[in-house]
Design a protein around this ligand. Sequence first.
Ligand code: FAD
Length: 349
Amino acid sequence: KESTSALFFIGMDEMSDKTDTDWTTVAVAVGATAVASYCVFKAFSSSFAPSEHRSSSPPPLVLASGEGVDVSAAVRAPKNHSSSGSISWTNVTLTQITPYTEDVSEFVFSLPEEMEITLPVGRHVMVKADVNGHPTSRPYTPIDDAGIPLKKISLVLRAYEYGKMSSKIHSMSIGDCLLLRGPIGRYKFDPSQKARVFLYGGTGVTPIYQVLKHALKDGECESKCFVFSQSRSFDDLLLAQTMVDLQSQYPSFLSLSFHLSRLTPEKIEKNLSSLFSPASSSPLPTGCSLNSGYVTSEHIEASLTAHSLLDLVAEGKVEFLICGPSGFTKYVKQQLLFIKCPKEMVYVF
Ligand SMILES: Cc1cc2nc3c(=O)[nH]c(=O)nc-3n(C[C@H](O)[C@H](O)[C@H](O)COP(=O)(O)OP(=O)(O)OC[C@H]3O[C@@H](n4cnc5c(N)ncnc54)[C@H](O)[C@@H]3O)c2cc1C
């Protein structure tokens, strides 16, 4: 029974990576998992299991050491490990909170002593906590540098009014704990790409920022990067100044385009001076633009054409990376069809 429920939880975690869930497939998968794990359990316990594994007692219960957040009720964690840079469910402690806006903050979680996690570029972690008596897990992409061992994980999170995990984390205090495992994901960075087009909405900025930083800092990688950010208003823009700073650092490799769906061009013009680097006389450097409305295929086409890169799209030499809510992802994929982007060149986080 234990092994069945453990496998079910793993299945649920992986499913939450996907936007659309095929519940028929899920039902079949859960049924098959239950039967398979029962058979494995029977065979294992009757003939091969060493004596200490035959015990019917459950694996150790991991308790939250901090105050206020109870992850103990329905969450069990197996022994974790970090020799390969990955960790299984591990209790991590909230050590720092930095508010960005009213509903967005950065949360830094420390791993237990002697433990480290290494995130290949573009990979995320799963976070699990008890929410109203139910073990709940969600994926988050840390904004820390990829490829180096980390003892702390920094997550930038927006709080959604009815969001289970985001509300939970936003209600945590320093010293509180939750469970974390990773890295997870299948994105593989290909340094041979001639150009990269990044399209994100809202908190979708986090995996985009991670890959972008890597692409720009990789000494051997000379590809051009085009970032299209979609949000409703100024308040929804996340890590905007960080992105602008990155653009100033790599002006010939990065072009940045912010699209604000709820703002008129007049309103954008009026607020521009107070948005980025208020002390600077020129708030937006060349290579950055602020636009009213939605990002369209015309915007993408114009940017690629300006750098004589449009022809490379159909040849499969331009990579497109998307991260955002499912409606945004669907819309952007449609836009990419207009510029004849091959499906295999599109990666959705
Ligand atoms: C690979 C990957 C990486 C991610 N990285 C981050 C990250 O770094 N930071 C981050 O904040 N999020 C990130 N997300 C999104 C995150 O996993 C959760 O979906 C998000 O925190 C909402 O979860 P929740 O439990 O609070 O909301 P849920 O309980 O799942 O949703 C409840 C309600 O919240 C609202 N809501 C939830 N999500 C959205 C949304 N995207 N837009 C508008 N309303 C919404 C809706 O009203 C929804 O009905 C990432 C997602 C993926 C797939």
